[in-house]
Design a protein. Structure first.
Length: 168
């Protein structure tokens, strides 16, 4: 019994399955390339994972990363950073590596350039991200306290409740 337990611990330790309890963001992998952003005509359309797209949220399209992956994007020209969540596939134009929502591109200062170089880091932490504010949170996102102005955006596009719509 003791030998089996010891072997089990050694195996999991060697494979890197030791859990991390740090609260900070941890990075898995990084990449660089060209980024573009969605046009206004995509608002309200369904993304590849089934969410309704809005240019006001911190989301992006990537060809291969799993849906829900969080990516920290940096504009190397000005040092500005944002965190976005993968919820669509693309871009399929040229050598671009990522398509950003207009809000994310605006925070990075990419709007006037159209296409620009970026540096990206894939984050290990996948829970607690608010696509509306683009920030990590440790508290539950549902139910949300919100002003009447933001009620429709938060209720109908909640990252936790997956766009549930109810009849009133």
């Amino acid at each position: 019994m003791n030998f089996t337990k010891t072997l089990f611990i050694i195996l999991f330790s060697a494979l890197g399955f030791v859990p991390s309890f740090s609260q900070g963001l941890e990075y898995k992998k990084s990449f660089e390339g060209l980024a573009s952003f969605y046009g206004k005509e995509f608002n309200g359309k369904t993304t590849a994972n089934g969410d309704v797209f809005s240019n006001r949220y911190y989301t992006c399209a990537h060809r291969t990363l799993p849906f829900g992956t969080l990516i920290e994007i940096e504009n190397p020209k000005n040092g500005k950073k944002v965190i976005v969540k993968v919820n669509d596939r693309g871009p399929y134009c040229g050598e671009r590596v990522i398509d950003l929502s207009r809000e994310a591109a605006s925070k990075l200062g990419l709007i006037h350039h159209g296409v620009s170089d970026i540096k990206a880091k894939i984050l290990k932490k996948r829970k607690g991200f608010d696509i509306i504010t683009g920030s990590m949170t440790n508290q539950s996102l549902w139910p949300l306290l919100t002003s009447p102005r933001n009620f429709q955006g938060r209720f109908f596009a909640s990252p936790i409740k997956r766009n549930y719509v109810t009849k009133i």
